[in-house]
Design a protein around this ligand. Structure first.
Ligand SMILES: *Cc1c(COP(=O)(O)O)cnc(C)c1O
Length: 413
């Protein structure tokens, strides 16, 4: 077993060898520009792009014409939200019509959504940020209550990248369609990990990123519904009018081939991988709990991604915990202490997790390459490190003796 062990599959995934093998010829042999209509080099590239488009569409129940290639989810999110506001923001809100400048989103979105919403607020949009429940979930009732006559779009994450919680997308989508409100879904963590069908799930716009599903970095796609309703977007990048005028720029054929292959393989292995990764996730939690008390699950036990486990450890200091394990385990923490700020994760904060527990939270991402042996090794390292840190903690001692720490009056306070 090679260490450190990679348990950060929500941050990114390795490109699957099968995906890479399909990509390679497009660097050197089939190098035409997919927009070159006058010779076979261009035709072959276009054919490869068409195949990829169909493979991606197939995974999410869309039609190939509804896929717009981008550089990843961040760009797709920007195109979806800014493009919709530019297209419909000044349309007078009327029943039965898409229009208005009100956006509904949540506090547990990825920064790409939150920062895009902040930008749109500066441009005259009004944004409602829903607070999720303590498991990180938004409810249909909350969205219903937040809806206004001028609501243009509801933008919600499907599978949360920090805690793995799944939102009730199908039900919220149904509500949006009843009210003629666009429904944008950040599907980055969900697509290829759980069943997704844009028709059954009532989605109008959805972003996908290849590097989160065993494809290459720097490529993704935006699903844009073509009927019921036909969604139109104003492009944010102008140029040669590629991608039905929504996203100009020479197509990155090699990466698009990779995204297509990644989607096809993810679809073929969806059921078995869901089963395998969720078993490993549960095994990891059980092993850790068998060796440690006062462990908290951040997330929802029922509605969650198969390969994501976020735990907080009482009475350990976040930075010491990470320092203690990061020679062995590559994981992410709910503490942003690596960045300039010492702010805990905005997601955990929005769920009402206290700062101490947020700082001591660890996200374990389990993926295609993860083995039971690695999971057991990770559990052992976590138990060792947390036990050692707690041995140094007078607070943990007191908690074990049943002293309510919140009742203690500290000298000097
Ligand atoms: C990774 C991620 C993004 C950003 O995707 P990129 O393709 O890296 O820009 C957006 N949303 C979620 C939920 C993510 O996990």
């Amino acid at each position: 077993m090679k260490t450190p062990i990679y348990l950060d599959y929500q941050a990114t995934t390795p490109t699957d060898e099968r995906v890479l093998a399909e990509m390679l010829p497009y660097f050197t042999e089939v190098y035409g520009n997919a927009a070159s209509r006058s010779h076979p080099f261009g035709w072959q590239a276009e054919e490869a792009v068409d195949k990829a488009r169909a493979e991606i569409a197939e995974l999410i129940g869309a039609s190939a014409k509804e896929m717009v290639f981008t550089s990843g989810s961040t760009e797709a999110i920007n195109l979806a939200l800014k493009g919709a506001v530019d297209m419909y923001g000044d349309v007078e809100p009327k029943p039965g019509k898409i229009g208005g400048k009100h956006i509904i989103t949540s506090l547990v979105e990825h920064k790409a959504v939150l920062d895009t919403c902040k930008h749109l607020e500066k441009e005259g949009c009004q944004v409602t940020y829903l607070t999720p429940d303590e498991t990180g979930r938004v409810t249909v009732e909350q969205v219903t209550e937040a809806m206004r006559d001028d609501t243009l779009v509801v933008a919600l994450i499907w599978g949360n990248n920090e805690i793995g919680t799944l939102n009730p997308i199908r039900e919220i989508g149904e509500l949006c369609h009843e009210r003629n409100v666009l429904f944008f879904v950040d599907g980055t963590q969900a697509v290829g990990k759980i069943p997704v069908n844009v028709e059954a799930d009532n989605i109008d716009l959805m972003c996908i990123s290849a590097h989160k599903l065993y494809g290459p970095k720097g490529v993704g796609a935006l699903y844009v519904r073509r009927r019921k309703p036909r969604v139109r977007l104003v492009s944010q990048i102008d140029g040669g009018g590629h991608e039905r005028g929504m996203r100009s720029g020479t197509l990155n054929v090699t990466s698009i081939v990779g995204l297509g292959a990644a989607c096809r393989i993810a679809g073929e292995e969806l059921e078995t991988e869901m089963q395998r990764t969720s078993e490993l996730r549960d095994r990891l939690e059980e092993k850790i709990r068998a060796g440690l008390d006062m462990v908290h699950l951040n997330g929802n036990r029922e509605f969650r991604l198969p390969g994501c486990l976020n735990l907080s450890f009482s009475y350990v200091e976040g930075e010491s915990l990470l320092m203690g394990i990061n020679n062995h385990l590559a994981v992410s923490s709910g503490s942003a202490c690596t960045s300039a700020s010492l702010e805990p994760s905005h997601v955990l904060r929005a769920m009402g997790v206290g700062d101490d527990l947020a700082h001591s939270s660890i996200r374990f991402g389990i993926g295609r390459k993860t083995t039971a042996e690695e999971v057991d090794f990770a559990a052992t390292r976590i138990i060792e490190t947390v036990t050692r840190l707690r041995e140094l903690s007078p607070l943990y001692e007191m908690a074990l003796e049943g002293i309510d720490i919140s009742s203690v009056e500290w000298a000097g306070h």
